[in-house]
Design a binder for this molecule. Structure first.
Ligand SMILES: Cc1cc2nc3c(=O)[nH]c(=O)nc-3n(C[C@H](O)[C@H](O)[C@H](O)COP(=O)(O)OP(=O)(O)OC[C@H]3O[C@@H](n4cnc5c(N)ncnc54)[C@H](O)[C@@H]3O)c2cc1C
Length: 540
């Protein structure tokens, strides 16, 4: 990787943020962490902190169990099979990541995976078994069957519910409907957090204490998305405002097979269905992926998503079809009960009917830069799970590596809080310093998030171009001016954070003038060796 290059173009985003004086103090202690977010990463970190003798406080802006984690279907990847090894899992992770995976981080991920699965089993996650052995499914771009699942296709729900129960049993303090609003570095002893209720009222300030960001991704900022509404990328915006380094924000993964019907929810049809033998067909019944990639429907997600998108553009038909009629009926309903139940509500039987599908935004690969111990560039602030950019996914996440990432790096964060070891943040090859000044005042906030969602889907989506990205940035800048509070005494809220996170994605996407992994530019359709580097974003 090269050194830090200074990119002099300021982002047209302008806002200023100064944390206000404390309203009241929340009781935290210098050694006891505030864990933000109750998906797999936050719940697991809090539990492990408790087991290691700390007294974490866990907050979530929503309900305790409302997180992207509960919607995860396919499973969690770990090399457990007799024909498998962490080395093979690592090899597949590197191949999917299109030259940008941080090898040290991916080694940590794949080699520490079996121990973290043992933790989940110890906590009581009911993984599916066959004849007493954990059953292992297959997903795209994995060379072996290594996807552990629970409740068939309810893996995330099983994990979320099990960890939630353990957190409550352990007596960990949980504050629901309590949002992180801002971080502020203090000159003496680290970082303090500002938290508030969901209406932005009753602001409290913590003592300087370790803060663990486990706030998840930003998928719901796209008009078409598989993510629940809590996934708004707020952790990224808040960390960025406080001066944290972000990396890889241009890499947003799109999932190729989400149920399509006018007015229906965007329900994910897990990749594991293709792993079991389902194929994709266009309206005419042709398998359009054959000939495009040697693995056809099991090619990496970016390849399949773009192929589906192209097919939809070419045909003018609003969707393509997942043909699972080759999977025996009992097997389908046994392995994918939630999908089967969902389809039944639309009168579809997968052993007879093709399933209409379309691609949607699914996963934020980039985020707040961390080292191998989960440290960010802000003193006393750690990050794990989807909000973190550990480098394990490179330019394209291997399916089912993200639940695992939350666990593996969550464990490292917990241990780091108890027994700190030195580490080093990865150095981006290209730095973009982003300028920002106060917003012009209070605009109309009501339609702003919908506008953000349209802009991201239309211009910062599966296929991007310089013209579209510049226009997206201009429009986001205008939205930023009207939504960012004019007064430094006011904390930016979820709308300003949504606009900021969207701007950061668009800015990184404009900077990367090549196509790689999940980032595809129609004006730069080839991968360029000179761009085998990470883009860092930091506040000027
Ligand atoms: C439909 C679907 C299927 C998936 N399937 C799989 C799969 O099979 N395998 C796999 O590995 N991955 C899968 N993923 C991805 C995976 O689910 C996520 O990457 C993972 O669950 C993220 O966990 P997390 O703990 O980092 O964040 P989340 O689970 O999203 O939790 C984030 C938490 O932070 C809280 N929060 C956010 N902002 C704030 C704030 N400002 N203040 C307070 N709280 C805040 C949220 O309320 C939430 O509690 C899937 C994703 C989706 C959407």
């Amino acid at each position: 990787m090269g050194g830090w290059l200074y990119d002099p173009r300021p982002l047209a985003w302008r806002s200023r943020y100064t944390a206000p004086a404390a309203r009241s103090r929340v009781a935290t202690h210098a050694n006891n962490p505030l864990v933000v977010g109750t998906g797999i990463a936050g719940l697991y970190v809090a539990l492990r902190c408790r087991e290691l003798g700390l007294r974490p406080t866990l907050i979530t802006k929503s309900r305790l169990d409302e997180a992207t984690t509960r919607y995860a279907q396919g499973g969690i990847a770990t090399a457990l099979g007799p024909d498998d090894s962490p080395a093979l899992h690592l090899k597949d992770t590197l191949r999917a990541g299109a030259g940008l995976v941080d090898v040290a981080a991916a080694k940590v991920l794949t080699y520490e995976a079996p121990a973290r699965i043992a933790d989940l089993v110890r906590y009581g996650v009911p993984f599916d078994t066959v004849e007493g052995q954990i059953s292992l499914g297959r997903e795209a771009a994995h060379s072996r069957s290594r996807i552990l699942h629970a409740g068939g296709d309810a893996t995330g729900l099983s994990i979320e519910e099990t960890l939630k129960r353990r957190v409550l049993d352990a007596g960990i303090e949980v504050r629901e409907r309590t949002a992180l609003r801002a971080l502020r570095s203090t000159s003496r002893n680290g970082t303090v957090a500002f938290i508030s209720d969901e209406k932005g009222k009753n602001v409290e300030e913590t003592e300087a204490c370790p803060i663990v960001l486990a706030t998840g991704g930003a998928g719901s900022l796209y008009r078409q998305s598989s993510n629940p509404s809590v996934a708004t990328g707020e952790g990224v915006a808040i960390a960025f405002r406080a001066g944290a380094l972000l990396t890889d924000m241009e890499f947003v993964q799109f999932h190729p097979t989400v149920f399509w019907r006018e007015g229906a929810p965007r329900f994910l049809i897990t990749e594991a269905v293709r792993g079991e033998g389902a194929v994709l067909r266009n309206e005419a019944g042709e398998r359009f992926l054959v000939g495009q990639h040697r693995d056809a429907e099991l090619a990496p997600r970016d390849i399949v998503s773009r192929a589906v998108d192209r097919e939809i553009q070419r045909s003018g038909h609003p969707c393509v079809y997942l043909d699972a009629t080759g999977i025996p009926r009992d097997r389908f309903y046994g392995r994918f009960p939630s999908v089967g139940r969902f389809l039944a509500t639309y009168g579809l039987d997968p052993s007879r009917d093709w399933i209409p599908v379309t691609p949607v935004a699914h996963y934020m690969i980039g985020g707040v830069t961390t080292d191998l111990e989960g440290r960010t560039s802000l003193r006393g602030v750690y990050a794990c799970g989807e909000v973190a950019s550990t480098g394990v996914h490179g330019a394209n996440r291997l399916a089912s590596n993200s639940l695992l990432e939350g666990l593996v790096f969550g464990e490292r964060v917990a241990r780091q809080l108890v027994h700190p070891v030195p580490g080093k943040l990865p150095v981006p090859g290209r730095m973009v310093r982003i300028d920002w000044t106060p917003g012009g005042g209070r605009g109309d906030l009501s339609g702003a998030v919908n506008r953000v969602r349209d802009i991201l889907w239309d211009e910062v989506g599966i296929v991007r171009s310089g013209i579209g990205l510049r226009s997206a940035l201009e429009e986001l800048a205008a939205l930023g001016r009207s939504t960012e509070p004019a007064s430094p005494a006011e904390l930016p809220g979820p709308v300003s954070n949504a606009v900021l996170t969207a701007s950061l994605i668009a800015r990184a996407a404009l900077t990367r003038t090549e196509s790689r992994g999940a980032h595809y530019r129609s004006d730069f359709p080839k991968r360029r060796p000179a761009w085998r580097l990470h883009i860092g974003l930091v506040r000027r």
